[in-house]
Design a protein around this ligand. Structure first.
Ligand code: ZN
Length: 221
């Protein structure tokens, strides 16, 4: 039994195959139900790209829990130089991180260090794709052919990433079973709404079920 718990903005706590994984843990976001001091256990921390609202509290959580930070090589090196455990990889095939297969995908965005990515966690219990911050691009259809993506976490806020219509069209290219919107509403500039996303997914990817998680809410599998 695992779960995906939304921590506001693009931050998620995932439990899969017995591992606790934090993705883009910026727990300083205004909607986060957790503070770093509440995190009692973490095995893996994934950082999709080096922007403050994504790398966020990765360093603090790693210091506190001894979790490994998994990111593209240059970002991983940055954390390693600070004396933290890190696994550097790149966009490509899966790496085995303590028994969990993890791979990075492209993302159309920017990053202060390394390159921006999305991440696919190939769990035995569930396959989870966190798209990071990205604009609309084609290419995920290839990953969709290789991996049956159960849960896709996609940015819909617009301005810095896809808006709801772009995100819905994006999702249609790899057809996950469930799509969860993220990266909206944190600031007024992130205007995309989950209702619009749901509407557009119905149009572009009718086989995909949209689940909107409130901060703190869990989707269990
Ligand atoms: Zn970003």
């Amino acid at each position: 039994m695992g779960y995906i718990r939304f921590l506001g903005h693009s931050a998620f706590e995932v439990e899969v195959d017995g591992k606790r994984i934090y993705i883009d843990p910026w727990l300083g976001n205004p909607d986060s139900p957790l503070k770093v001091s509440d995190v009692d256990r973490a095995d893996i921390i994934v950082v999709t790209h080096f922007h403050g609202d994504h790398a966020g509290d990765a360093e603090e959580i790693a210091k506190k829990t001894g979790a490994k930070i998994v990111a593209v090589y240059e970002i991983a090196s940055y954390y390693e130089k600070k004396g933290l455990k890190a696994v550097g990889m790149n966009i490509g095939g899966p790496a085995d991180v303590d028994g969990v297969k993890i791979l990075f995908t492209p993302a159309a965005h920017s990053s202060e260090i390394g390159v921006p990515t999305g991440v696919i966690i190939l769990g035995r219990e569930a396959v989870i794709y966190h798209a990071g911050d990205t604009g609309l691009f084609s290419g995920m259809e290839l990953y969709g052919r290789l991996y049956k993506i159960d849960y896709a976490l996609v940015p819909i806020g617009g301005h810095f990433t896809m808006d709801p219509e772009q995100a819905a069209l994006f999702v249609s290219t790899f057809k996950p079973r469930v799509a969860v919107p993220m990266h909206y509403g944190t600031f007024p500039v992130l205007y995309g709404s989950p209702d619009k996303f749901r509407e557009y997914v119905r149009k572009y990817s009718p086989g995909t079920h949209v689940v909107v998680l409130r901060p703190g809410e869990k989707l269990e599998f």
